[in-house]
Every structure is written in C-alpha cells, then in structure tokens.
Design a protein around this ligand. Sequence first.
Ligand SMILES: NC(=O)c1ccc[n+]([C@@H]2O[C@H](COP(=O)([O-])OP(=O)(O)OC[C@H]3O[C@@H](n4cnc5c(N)ncnc54)[C@H](O)[C@@H]3O)[C@@H](O)[C@H]2O)c1
Length: 315
Amino acid sequence: MKKLGAAVIGTGFWGKNHARVYRELASTELVAVCDVNCERAKAVADQFGVKAYTTSTRMLKNDDIEAVSVCTWSTKLGKETLKALKAEKHVLVEKPMANNTKQAEKLLETAEKNDLHLTVGFLMRFIPGLRHIRESVENKKIGELVCATAKRVSQWPERIGDVGVVKDTAIHDIDVMRYISNEEPIGVYAKTGSMRHRKFEDYAQIMLTFEDGKSAFIESNWITPYKTRMLTVTGSKAIMRLDYITQELWIEDAKENLQPRFPWQEPLKLELQHFADCVLEKNEPVITGVDGLKALKIAEAALRSSAKNRAIKLK
Ligand SMILES: NC(=O)c1ccc[n+]([C@@H]2O[C@H](COP(=O)([O-])OP(=O)(O)OC[C@H]3O[C@@H](n4cnc5c(N)ncnc54)[C@H](O)[C@@H]3O)[C@@H](O)[C@H]2O)c1
C-alpha cells in the first residue's frame, strides 16, 4: 500500500501530536517537520527520526512530501498554508485557518486552482458521539431541533495565544452548530470581554439564530477555574448531552435515560486518517475549506456584534 508522505509546520504543543499521529498511522509516513524555533523542530524530528527545518520554504521543496499539517501560531496559519498550497501540497490547516476571511478566500482559490485538498482542524467532528447527535437531528430521532448549548470553558491557557477566545476556542462550537443543524445561521449576537487578557477577549457568549426559529448558544472562556467541554442539544422528543472530554453521551426522552457507549477514540487519529484517506483515494474531506471560511466569517461577525452591541445579520 502506498503511504502518504506527510510533514508538519509548527511543532509546538499541538503540532507535536500531528507528527506523532502521522508516524503512528499505517497509511502515512512522516517525512519532515519544521518550526521557526530550532530546538523545537529538532526535538520532534529526533524523536521520530525525520529531518528538521526552520523554514517551510526549504522543506516544501521535498517531493516526498505530499500533504502538510499547518499548526503554527494562529496568526501564521494563513501565510504558511498559502505557501504549502503554492508548493502543490494538500493541507490540513488548524483553526482558525487564517487571519481574516479575505485571506481564507485566497486559500480556497489557490487550493481549487491547484486541485488540492484543503481541510480545517475542526476536531470535534471526529468524536463519535457528535456524529450520533448529527444523525439523530437528521433522522429526527430527537424530534424537531429546538436549540443547542455549548460550554467550553477553562483556566487561563498556558500558551497565551495571538488571537482571542472567539477565534481560538468558540470557533469549534460555531462549526459544531453548523454541522449538527446542517444549516447556516442567519444572525449572531455576542457579548465578549476581557477580564485578564491585555489585548484580546477572554470570555464570549454568542447566540446564533436560524431561519426557522431555532437557536444556538455558545459560552467560551479562559477564566473558569476548571475545564468543561459540553454540548446539550434540545429536540422536541429528546435531549442529548455530550461530554467532549470523556466522549460520554446521554439521551433523555419521555420514557428513559440512555447512555449509548462508543469506545473512546483519539479524535486527532481519526481526523488525520480521514485526511490521508481523502488524499489517497481522491475523495472530498468531510470538512472543507468552505467550512473553515464560514466558521471564520461567523466568528468575525460575533466580534463585530459585541463591539457594536447589536445583532448582526449573516448573509
Ligand atoms: N484543533 C484543535 O483541537 C487544536 C488544539 C490545539 C491547538 N490548535 C491550533 O494549533 C495551532 C498551534 O497551537 P499550539 O497550542 O500548538 O501553539 P504553540 O505555540 O505551542 O505552537 C506553535 C508553534 O508554531 C511555531 N511557529 C510559529 N510560526 C511559525 C512559522 N511561520 N513556521 C514554522 N513554525 C512556526 C512556533 O515556534 C511554535 O513552536 C493554533 O493555531 C491552535 O489554534 C488546535
């Protein structure tokens, strides 16, 4: 079986995991890694016995590399992704994908022009319980979808990022709401603020509204002294609750409380396996560049809504 030659740009906390998983999967071969921090690049390269680079320009010249994960600081994702696409590599870019929607659009255009896969690291979609929720909404086992509430709160992050909590954290739930409803929100109203961060918002409450009256509520912050990642989905026949950390799912309806069991699986492994399969078999990934662009547009609208203190219509 032909293995997909893969590389990672940005080998910090998260990129290290991408490198490990490419090494572990049977269908991928980790070829090289790159980080502007020489020590980090070398440590990860040595761990997996591959070549280390400190600039992606040189690494991307290697023809054995067909696919790249871009896991740099959030504000460098767009630039590095564009370089990789121009070098004819398939790309999985971490969220939030780009600095702004204009840059994200350029990535989509370049991927299309060069006939390349471009997918975004919306990891939640690979948690089996979330897929079960999406199916239950689609086949109406849950009845009519009324609303969904997401809570993704945690302590102050060790690595203070270069974007705020909306583009870093809430963006996962923005994507989840589009995914489970299989619809685009038509409006957003948000309240964001900063209690400790000097530059960016560190808490956000975001409400998304949909055409037929259903709504979604997203609570994200970096100021709560414990970590919770929960989703509650209310339907006219049942309520479903998912704990993203333990991957436990609860379903309550008029008659019973159920807890279907899905064996815990590492979402990143499922995500990179899917990316590799799509590239090797020339299939479209479940998460496309368009999904990344749409989530980013909604995140930007949420920040605008809070700044202007009014609801924003989404086109
Ligand atoms: N999908 C998820 O669940 C998930 C989880 C964690 C992080 N992330 C995303 O992954 C990205 C990285 O996050 P992190 O926590 O690993 O941050 P980090 O700061 O630990 O690592 C980022 C690394 O990128 C390197 N870097 C920066 N610019 C570079 C460039 N131009 N070329 C090469 N290397 C460069 C830095 O030196 C650093 O080592 C972020 O965009 C974050 O949003 C996604």
